[in-house]
Design a protein around this ligand. Structure first.
Ligand code: GDP
Ligand code: ZN
Length: 296
């Protein structure tokens, strides 16, 4: 039996890449019966046939998976932000950072359009909170090599609000994939329920980038809701202060002798990050974590 990774799913076929070769495989029926449908990103064992095709026999255990986009085993979620045209709301990044922590996968924040605005404010907030932040310009090429380097040996998925330059960056990294930046017919076809063809593109050996045409960044959907009590652990900048509050079950809201709110007062935790925590805590309490509307 051969081992490989599903790099594309289309019309009932799973395209499995193994040692530099691609096999058009069918999946065994029992995956459907036990509820596990193969996903792009899945590591599989498969039997090859003589026509360059094959049959998937076994799915390996997943590290994580997302519903939209339907991709498994994401190592790095790359969030593309900008501080100009459009200005990314830091709350959106905070929310995505929690989703990444829960998945779990690494979050890499990329501040794009630095030829127009350096994005210093976003850079300080998020590098200060312990995240890797890379400044790029798809226009001048600044930072793209650093980004390429940071993606090595992983499956990455890109997200970010519309217009920040997601397609431009993907095109610069993967010219051969030619993801269309301005294909109007494709953009018009961005219906919520249209079937999406999911594919991961090879950046280099063992490094893949997931892209789903028509995937709107705010559609990033996970399987689980997040418990409000769990949320504190998804803020890496809170970690040094957890377990140091007067009350063991402190929610870090209005409790006395709270180490987290004290750290905010002393400037050890960014105030905006803390406000996002409170906002997400309230949404979680109402089981409405996933609702987010972009303003404007
Ligand atoms: P997407 O919606 O996130 O995929 O964004 P696009 O890649 O389609 O880019 C939106 C617009 O911003 C296009 O007009 C791009 O040419 C422009 N753009 C993308 N990246 C940059 C950048 O780094 N600098 C500048 N000045 N413009 C950019
Ligand atoms: Zn507390």
């Amino acid at each position: 039996m051969a081992e490989g990774i599903i790099v594309k799913a289309l019309s009932g076929y799973y395209y499995v890449e193994s040692e530099g070769q691609r096999f058009a495989c069918k999946a065994r029926g029992r995956f459907r019966l036990d509820g596990s449908t193969p996903l792009v990103g899945d590591c599989v064992q498969f039997i090859t046939d003589t026509n360059g095709g094959g049959r998937i026999e076994r799915l390996e255990k997943r590290k994580n998976f997302f519903i939209r986009p339907a991709v498994a085993n994401i190592d790095t979620l790359v969030f593309i932000a900008a501080n100009v045209n459009p200005v990314t709301d830091p709350f959106l990044i905070d929310r995505i950072s929690v989703i990444a922590a829960e998945a779990p996968c690494r979050l890499l924040i990329c501040i794009n359009k630095v030829d127009l605005d350096s994005g210093d404010r976003l850079f300080e907030i998020f590098s200060g909170a312990g995240f890797r932040v890379i400044r790029t310009s798809a226009k001048t090429g600044r930072g793209l090599e650093e980004l390429r380097e940071a993606l090595k040996g992983r499956i990455c998925a890109f997200t970010g609000n519309s217009g920040v330059g997601k397609s431009s960056i993907l095109n610069a990294l993967l010219p051969e994939a030619r993801i269309k930046t301005a294909d109007v017919s494709e953009k018009l076809g961005r219906g919520r329920h249209t079937t999406r063809h999911v594919e991961i593109y090879t950046l280099e050996e063992n490094t893949y980038i997931a892209d789903t045409p028509g995937f709107s960044s705010l559609d990033l959907t996970m399987t689980n809701t997040i418990m409000k009590e769990q949320l504190q652990y998804d803020f890496p900048d809170f970690t040094p202060f957890l377990g140091k509050c007067r009350f063991q079950d402190c929610a870090h809201l209005k409790e006395p002798d709270c180490a987290v709110t004290e750290a905010v007062r002393k400037g050890h935790i960014n105030e905006g990050r803390y406000r996002s925590y409170v906002r997400l805590y309230e949404l979680s309490a109402q089981h409405r974590f996933w609702e987010y509307k972009e303003e404007g």
